[in-house]
Write a protein that binds this ligand. Structure first.
Ligand code: SF4
Length: 323
């Protein structure tokens, strides 16, 4: 029976990139579920497969090099990987929108911001340009920008304001799913807090589901309902927020928590780094990919992949320790 509460389900996703040096196994057997109105955090180091997963959902993998080789991406129970380019163009923006890390890669420097927001509206709605501009002004107000700035160009805005414009474009057609890829990385601390606050409020107002890609557990605690901890292209731990923070299980997740400072802890020497380097994605291991860095590693961990183990109904971990 189809669970109507599930908005997005990814099953056994495998994504590879062809490079001059060989095949990069960017995502390996990734599974996840996102329910309606939920915010899911994708957390992990650079190269963990977070952005590749997002680009696969959007159908925006680099054409020549990137390829989904296995799996399903079910959005409203329909496999996005079977859609043609025209269908995906309609889905992008109207159903699923993405906010990228650097606002300048999303904005056209020679087009007025109002026109850029209106363009997205005109692409998906049957309204005239004048009404689209009026709607663009309202969206600017929604993201905290005065409507008179509709005729300004991107270079007339600060970094934080540009990211607000990008958020306005993403919201232009009221998408059901918003994917935000490190949306605050390029911003300084105070602006970052403002943009996050804005995203939290918009999520409440628009009721959209969200995937927040980040390496920052503070952002996750602030904004997410559930978290998928990613390592070497797979989800190694998947949990609701409370369980993850109260009882992190995977040795990599525990390492992430030990490596962030606690503002109430005076003894900063207790901060621990995760020793070693992320694995080479060109040579996927037969066993657990965290094996070379894991303090709890056992012989069996290098022989085969760990199974998915249930900790609670909303908390799962891929680790031999829990089998
Ligand atoms: Fe460590 Fe083994 Fe668990 Fe991998 S499966 S994280 S090596 S204990």
């Amino acid at each position: 029976m189809v669970d109507k509460n599930i908005l997005l389900e990814i099953k056994n996703l495998k994504v590879q990139y062809s490079t001059n040096n060989g095949i990069v196994h960017a995502v390996e057997n990734l599974n996840m579920i996102l329910n309606t109105s939920e915010t899911l955090g994708f957390v992990g180091e650079t190269g963990a497969g977070k952005t590749t997963t997002a680009l696969s959902i959007m159908g925006l993998l680099p054409k020549a090099a990137g390829k989904v080789v296995e799996g399903e991406i079910l959005y409203k129970n329909e496999n996005l990987l079977l859609k043609n380019n025209n269908d995906m163009r309609t889905i992008r923006g109207k159903e699923i929108a993405m906010i990228f890390q650097d606002p300048m890669t999303s904005l056209d420097p020679v087009q007025k911001v109002g026109d850029q927001i209106a363009e997205m509206i005109l692409l998906h709605e049957k309204i005239n340009k004048k009404d689209a501009i009026e709607k663009a002004k309202k969206l600017l107000v929604t993201v905290g920008i005065r409507p008179e700035r509709v005729d300004d160009y991107p270079h007339q805005f600060s970094g934080g304001m540009k990211q607000r414009v990008v958020i306005a474009i993403a919201l232009a057609c009221n998408p059901n799913l918003l994917i935000a890829d490190e949306p605050t990385t390029a911003l300084d601390v105070t602006i970052k807090a403002q943009v996050l606050e804005l995203m939290k409020n918009l999520k409440k107002e628009f009721g959209a589901s969200m995937i927040m890609i980040t390496h920052d557990l503070g952002i996750v605690a602030d904004i997410c309902d559930k978290v998928a901890i990613m390592y070497a292209g797979s989800v190694v731990e998947y949990s609701d927020m409370r369980n993850l923070y109260e009882n992190p299980c995977h040795p990599y997740t525990k390492g992430l928590f030990s490596s962030i400072p606690d503002i109430f802890e005076e003894n900063v020497e207790r901060l621990k780094e995760i020793k070693g380097l992320p694995p080479n994605n060109m040579e996927p291991s037969k066993g657990c990919s965290f094996y070379p860095r894991c303090e709890n590693a056992m012989d069996k961990c290098k022989m085969r992949k760990p199974k998915i183990c249930k900790i609670t109904d909303s908390h799962y971990v891929n680790c031999c320790l829990y089998e």
